[in-house]
Design a protein around this ligand. Structure first.
Ligand code: S3P
Length: 430
């Protein structure tokens, strides 16, 4: 696909798409709770639709009138074996979280996905779930999907120190712990997004969090709720950066989820000298309106505890750094290698093809600032976030075409991405 280039003066307001992490979990919690759960602003991206289809095939009645999704949950005990192996598409969140739910069932399920899923590491979920006495195995004795999850009605609680900082792994263990008898204790390597803990409480359950330690007493019975999904800061990130790096621009993003375990990019933008303002809304201050304007940015060092709070935003942060004064160093981000694609290599290869000066390292990237970008042929590697980052990069290109292979991956999390972008040129861009 030929990307738009040479845009200036992006201006206007965008309603960013709904949060992917919360949309997945709303279907899952709705399915394991008792009584109806209604979901408003569900993200109809391919990943979350994979989760919806997965729970339908486990026998959960889920209605969708195009606006509200209603999940008729009847508890963990009501799930039925799927007639077919379950296809998770491109979705790591679906395969990892559903494994925790299936671990406590008295039937066996096969889970498979696309070519990217077949390369995602799964030992990180299989090891703790097997310690809880489920029986999870990968393809030909490996850790890779297709996975076979043979559940166990008598799951054991677990005391687990996590070797990786991963909200997906933590969530899989919590879903299993809700079905086990006794106290499960999880110690996180770094604090990661806490939507699962939040939703356990929202659905009437109990979980205790003290710093990086999480305690949950099982089994628990949850009750259906009304869920309203806020906008996804990980999708907003592309337009936040566009507004900061394109000349004469000002972009307002409405209803962005502001859970503090997700807002690392805001801290980074402030530290780089970006003009950003946030008006918090809602009673629990977990969403708000963000305004960004063209800014003179400076390079910084990014590493340590902030990494899980901006892990999905690192590709677009790397692009931002190519336009900042001086060098930016990203470290402690080796998890990027096992996302939808190896995002360390993908960012360095593709942006360097357009004229950036980025060195990949074992755990991150070294980005030289103030590089001017030119045309070229690039690929998303089938990774939605790499695809969107490359379109924002193309907006900086003055001459030459930018041709993006595998642009269709963007529909995984942001089906209206190109339409929203066009709206910003329409409102004053060139
Ligand atoms: C997610 C957790 C993160 C993130 C992913 C969504 C979640 O993955 O990258 O996009 O919803 O729990 P990890 O748990 O692998 O860090």
């Amino acid at each position: 696909m030929k990307l738009s280039i040479n845009k200036q003066r992006l201006s206007g307001t965008i309603q960013v798409p709904s949060d992917k992490s919360i949309s997945h979990r709303s279907i899952m919690f709705g399915s394991i709770a008792h009584g109806p759960t209604t979901i408003k602003n569900f993200l109809r991206g391919e990943d979350c639709l994979s989760t919806l289809a997965a729970f339908r095939s486990l026998g959960v009645a889920i209605e969708d009138d195009g606006e509200t999704i209603t999940v008729h949950g009847k508890g963990f005990e009501s799930l039925k074996p799927s007639e077919q192996p379950i296809d998770v598409g491109n979705s790591g969140t679906t395969i990892r979280l559903i494994s925790g739910i299936l671990a406590g069932q008295d039937f066996t399920t096969e889970l498979f996905g696309d070519a990217s899923i077949a390369k995602r590491p799964m030992a990180r979920v299989m090891t703790p779930l097997n310690q809880m006495k489920a029986d999870c195995t990968g393809r030909d004795g490996s850790e890779y999907p297709p996975l076979t999850i043979k559940g166990n009605k008598n799951l054991q609680p677990l005391h687990y120190e996590m070797p990786v900082a991963s909200a997906q792994v933590k969530s899989a263990i919590l879903f299993a712990a809700l079905q086990a008898t006794g106290e499960t204790v999880i110690i996180e390597k770094e604090k990661t997004r806490d939507h699962t803990e939040d939703m356990i409480r929202q659905f009437g359950g109990h979980v205790e969090v003290t710093g990086k330690e999480i305690r949950l007493q099982g089994p628990q019975t949850l009750t259906g709720q009304e869920v309203v999904v806020p906008g996804d800061i990980s999708s907003a990130a592309f337009f936040l950066v566009a507004g900061l790096i394109l000349p004469n621009s000002k972009i307002i993003l409405e209803n962005v989820g502001l859970n503090p375990t997700r807002t690392g990019i805001i801290d980074v933008i402030k530290q780089m000298g970006g003009k950003i303002s946030i008006e918090e809304e809602g009673k629990n201050n977990k969403s708000g309106r963000i305004t960004v304007e063209t800014s003179q940015l400076k390079g910084i060092e990014i590493g340590g505890e902030i990494i899980p709070r901006l892990i999905d935003e690192l590709p677009i942060i790397a692009l931002m750094a190519t336009q900042a004064e001086g060098k930016t160093v990203i470290r402690d981000a080796e998890e990027l290698k096992v996302k939808e694609t190896n995002r360390i290599d993908a960012v360095a290869n593709e942006l360097n093809r357009l004229g950036a000066d980025i060195t990949p390292t074992d755990d991150g990237l070294i980005i030289q600032g103030r590089t001017s970008l030119h045309g070229g042929n690039v690929t998303s590697y089938g990774d939605h976030r790499i695809g969107m980052m490359l379109q924002i990069a193309a907006l900086l290109v003055k001459e030459g075409d930018v041709e993006l292979e595998k642009a269709e991956a963007i529909a995984v999390s942001y089906p209206n991405f190109f339409a929203d972008l066009e709206q910003l040129y329409g409102a004053g861009g060139n």
